[in-house]
Design a protein around this ligand. Sequence first.
Ligand code: NAP
Length: 347
Amino acid sequence: MPLQKSLAVLEKQGPWGLIDVDIDKPGPGEVLIRVESTALNPVDWKVQVYGVFVNEYPAILGTDSAGVVVEVGEGVTNLAVGDRVFHQGWFTNRLATFKQFTISAAEIVAKIPDNITFDQAASIPVGLGATFIGLYGKLNVRGAGLVAPWQDGGLGKYAGQPIVVFGGSTSVGQYVLQFAKLSGFSPIITTASPRNAGLVKSLGATHFIDRSTPPDDIISEVKKITGDPFEIVYDAVAEESTQNVAYDILSPGGILVLVLPSNVDKSKITPTKRIVTTSGTVHNEDNRELGVQLYSKLSDYLASGDLKPNRTETIPGGLSGIPNGLKRLQNNEVSGIKLTAHPHETK
Ligand SMILES: NC(=O)c1ccc[n+]([C@@H]2O[C@H](COP(=O)([O-])OP(=O)(O)OC[C@H]3O[C@@H](n4cnc5c(N)ncnc54)[C@H](OP(=O)(O)O)[C@@H]3O)[C@@H](O)[C@H]2O)c1
């Protein structure tokens, strides 16, 4: 069996290392993809530092991929060899994306339109996963249960309803803003650093609030923008401080979507305000069907400009550059941009 380079956490909470592994064969319904670009996510450094989510080591990580289909398994009809594609991987050595070749079920792979580069496409799956499951995933099963814009009556369905998105310049937040716009929400209010005010407005935010504004002032600024109830608040930062302000803004009957487990002050929790922590993976069976629907639409959303990828920065050295890139994410040194790496440029 031919070998490929991959980047793995060598042992639980241990160092990163390059290892040679087999290039897998696609099974029925699967495709083999030559990974041209893979994106870095905070979860990758969290797995390495905290030893969470994976049990088998060495553990190849990475779950954002864009590349070219090089082999199709039995029964695959939606993809062919040579297609430029992107998809969300998973934390098993077979499905992870910090590798030169990876496997995916074809039903959750989207074609890349001509106006989008491999790096741009690689910036999408994980951030978008947290977005679509958080907003449209089954109610109380990682999602707020809204009707998705690609479903019957979903486009513009929430016209006139406000939404607040904490962290509009995060990778996740950028996709939440764009889907909030497709869903019709208005106003769309978001927090970020002033340097990213233009970015978040270009993605659909109608109102920008400086993230350094004191919590009480954020609440009063939001309430000055509209007196309507806030039935959906999405916290794409989900630090204790943002979660508590987000919960205070939420109206009774509303849903707060978090990207991390709840840290809302227990003394203020009331049954009338629900909290869901999203799990933004299309591999989660609960929301798989929704993911399959979305992946069949993504190419059109990108071609039309309704969905814009994150801005990207490619780190040098291929897979070998990833550990330094993840350190930058861990140290909060990345702003409004997705880091990507090219596995075939590995030194
Ligand atoms: N549950 C899931 O399935 C899931 C999926 C994906 C990500 N996540 C989690 O979601 C979080 C975001 O991930 P990501 O990849 O989107 O992050 P990211 O793009 O790497 O986040 C960097 C951004 O965070 C913003 N930020 C930091 N603190 C902020 C604050 N207090 N208020 C507003 N913005 C703030 C910065 O904004 P400025 O530069 O504008 O200041 C910066 O642009 C991470 O904790 C990640 O682990 C969860």
